[in-house]
Design a protein around this ligand. Sequence first.
Ligand SMILES: Cc1ncc(COP(=O)(O)O)c(C=O)c1O
Length: 393
Amino acid sequence: MTTTINSDEIVAIEERFQLATYKKMPLVAERGEGVWIYTSDGDRYLDLYGGHAVAGTGHCHPHVVKAIREQSEKLLFYSNLVYSGARARAAEKLVSIAPESLTKAFFCNSGTEANENAMRMARMTTGRENIITFSGGFHGRTADAISATFLGKYREIGEPNVPGHLKAEFGDIDSVRAVADDSVAAIMLEPIQSMAGVRMAGSEFYRALRELCDERGIVLIYDEVQTGVGRTGDWFFAGSDAGDSVVPDIITLAKSLGSGIPVGACLVTEEIASHIKENDLGTTFGGGMIAMAAVTATLEAIENDRLLANVCEVESYLREHLKEVEQVVQVHGRGFLLGLEFADKAKKVHEALLEQKIITGTSSDPKVLRLLPPLCLAKDQVDLLVDALRKIF
Ligand SMILES: Cc1ncc(COP(=O)(O)O)c(C=O)c1O
């Protein structure tokens, strides 16, 4: 029998027994459905942050829950030493929605791990050492990924950093050319820099990066941990109009790929795959059956519910209606990866919205509030946000 504990007790126990590495919002999440989070006190919050961009299909999408439940009754886990129908289906489905030249998937458990493996594959493919990443980019917190992160103080947290990392300025192709010598294995970027405040480059930047990589034999890696799996209104930023149809050699994914079940992936070209042999990469849990069932069901749910079209339609509606809030100076980003820029501190807006039971995210730019809602967000829920903002101001 489980004993019920109230929300104050839950907070006190977590504070006491969990390492205090996150500043938490004052709510105890108990249940989720679509864009809504229900607390143990019976309150309902509109979730425009999706638990760090994870709830792409919305909380507890029935198709995903069913797939996980059914798989859990058959086999929870076996490693890559055996074949599995769940893994075969996930790999085939993921490759089928990827840009045509990305034909093989490697599965792991998180975004940082996907990026570590992508950088390793680039080094193995080229026999070179250095990776160029960008000011404002965030790629994770394990040793190589944090050393590739030039946003704020993250890199310092990871000191001593591992060697093999060079920095260029996001959006400035000349700064890339200046460091892209024959020691460079890869150029890796978040095509839309999320944590930096939802920053995009002009589409010509992505095209110029592709040309530079082709010219100098460098691997181009898109970290689509946030932008992937439908968030921008396309399956991926890679190949989309916003990025001038540029396709990199590797895409990395995580976050919403498993609708909340931890899973990461790298999608790679045949050329990259041809340099990777048995035992070069590995991870115990990568490709596990529950995660794989979640991936397939996530991608099917996005298709069945026509969520890509929904993102495009509701993004336009949101942008139009945000014009009614004059304190929103600019709206950055694409699809449901949006940065609302205010003249003053976004943190205050975040807190005021939370009081009105709307969850949003802040960013490293103090003026930018981030929205990373589930892809099923509807127009009437946008109205709730706009009304709340009007009320605040
Ligand atoms: C763009 C990007 N890359 C990588 C990561 C790291 O992913 P994870 O936290 O799953 O390791 C994040 C996490 O926020 C991210 O936003």
